[in-house]
Design a protein around this ligand. Structure first.
Ligand code: RP5
Length: 171
């Protein structure tokens, strides 16, 4: 099996229902990844070990998801030079989701985390694939096909809507 290029980590197993969307996209793009639970608050030593060895283990990008007081993505970013994509998760301990969005988004200058939307794990997988594609033409090709499929879906939807004969109000 090929060595993982993307590390997907999350603060709790309860995050998996959201985080699996990143994994599924990477599978679709045939990008090897690893997926595990690393908690900033409950397993801090594991977090330090994971983040500080990630680059030497061959990972190219880390996707980190957490809810509530979501410190995992930022702390991991402080321990590695790899790009870190943060996924805020609306979890059982979230107030309304803004708590984890802001915890992940509002990083101090010098320690960026590329933050996707609340529960936006699929976009995190897409962004990770785009980072990998910079040095991998086969992934670039698969991503182009994916983007084309998005375009086709919208084309089909506007053709269907327009076929109903509705007109714009200015016409
Ligand atoms: C966060 O607390 C985790 O990332 C999760 O989103 C949330 C709740 O964790 P559990 O109580 O479900 O383990 O650290």
């Amino acid at each position: 099996m090929s060595k993982p290029l993307v590390g997907i980590i999350m603060g709790s197993q309860s995050d998996l229902k959201i985080m699996k969307e990143a994994a599924e996209f990477l599978e679709e793009m045939k990008i090897p990844f690893e997926l595990t639970v690393v908690s900033a608050h409950r397993t801090p030593k594991r977090m330090v070990d994971y983040a500080s060895t990630a680059a030497d283990r061959g990972l190219k990008v880390i996707v980190a998801g957490a809810g509530g007081a979501a410190h995992l993505p930022g702390m991991v970013a402080s321990l590695t030079t790899l790009p870190v994509i943060g996924v805020p998760i609306k979890s059982s301990n979230s107030i309304d989701g803004w708590d984890s969005v802001l915890s992940i988004l509002q990083m101090p200058s010098g320690v960026p985390v590329a933050t996707v939307a609340l529960n936006g794990s699929k976009n995190a997988g897409i962004l990770a694939a785009q980072i990998i594609s910079v040095a991998d033409k086969a992934v670039t090709k698969r991503l182009s096909q994916y983007k084309l499929s998005l375009q086709k879906k919208v084309e089909e939807s506007f053709k269907e809507i327009e076929s109903k004969g509705w007109r714009r109000s200015s016409e």
